[in-house]
Design a protein around this ligand. Sequence first.
Ligand code: 3MF
Ligand code: MG
Length: 362
Amino acid sequence: MSTSSEYRFSFGPWNIHEGADPFGPPVRPTVEFQRKLEVYKQLGFDAVQLHDDDAVADLENKSWNDAQQEAKALRSTLDSAGLVAEFVAPRLWESDLGVDGGYTANDPQCRAWAIERSKKAIDIAHLMGTDLIVLWLAREGTYIRESKNAAQAYDYIIEAINEMLEYNPAIRIAIEPKPNEPMDQAYVPTIGHALAIAERTSAPHRVGGLIETAHAQLAGLDPSDEMAFALGAGKLWSVHLNDQNGLKYDQDKSFGSVDLRGAFNQVRALEAARYSESGCYIGLDVKAMRTERGPMSTKHLANSKATFEMLVDKARSFPEEKARELIEAREYESLDHLVISHLLGQTVSTKQTSHDNATQVA
Ligand code: 3MF
Ligand code: MG
């Protein structure tokens, strides 16, 4: 059962990286953006996720004319490589002006800058041929509760989104929620918050979400339920599949590498909603281990994609009929074992489950 042709996959250039962490310098050489683009197709990926300054390096210090030329040049490079841009995301968190956040900064000049920069990202998206803008609200939050007024901050976020929606009526905005890191407490920590905000904007149908597995896990939530919630609202416009080992720093581990059953359930939620037919991409946001040797480490990308595809097969071959019978009989212990057996490639006979019933201690 080959599934690779039905789903389309994407990742961002930051997923091929130098391996630096807060306690150590880079351990692999920097790979030229151009060189990264060459491996997309080899690895079976069709789309590139971009920050505005991935598309136009050093965006803040370029004339708008030069920026446009660069974006156009990248578009034709992607075209000739058979690639498309999935989305463009304004990278507000690396500028001096974004130290206290962008849209929610206490300094009105910083808030104005954040909106102007977001409009540039929208123009770049247009030049790159995508209508999808992703907002990861990195520094929109607080280190100490008293430094910002949360109700006011949410109003600022909604005002900023409204300005973006008005600036280009063709765009859609997908909010990527995350509960913490780099902030202690981030605004818009879950997809529930993101979709509630969407409803408060001037064009709710143009505001949806991107769910990252690890971000949901960091909020103590089940990623598959988060995805199902957004899918039910028709608002899951991209995903960042990865994994996370408990409530630590954001790890971006390979998909399924910690919680394989959780990964299976995410795939099951996507399959149930026929996500492969939605036109949306299966995006990855994964980091290579620091121990990987260079010059370019891409195994984490290939492995995550392969795991996803194996789990699609597992979702499609799941014994649904048997599961339904067990659900009807409220035999959840047996259902639990059915899932585990299926993931481990074993079949459980119905006989075995009815035997369980017979020997059950009242
Ligand atoms: C941080 C993230 C971000 C976003 C990216 C796209 C750098 O935890 O997940 O990755 O995915 O900025 O908006
Ligand atoms: Mg992400």
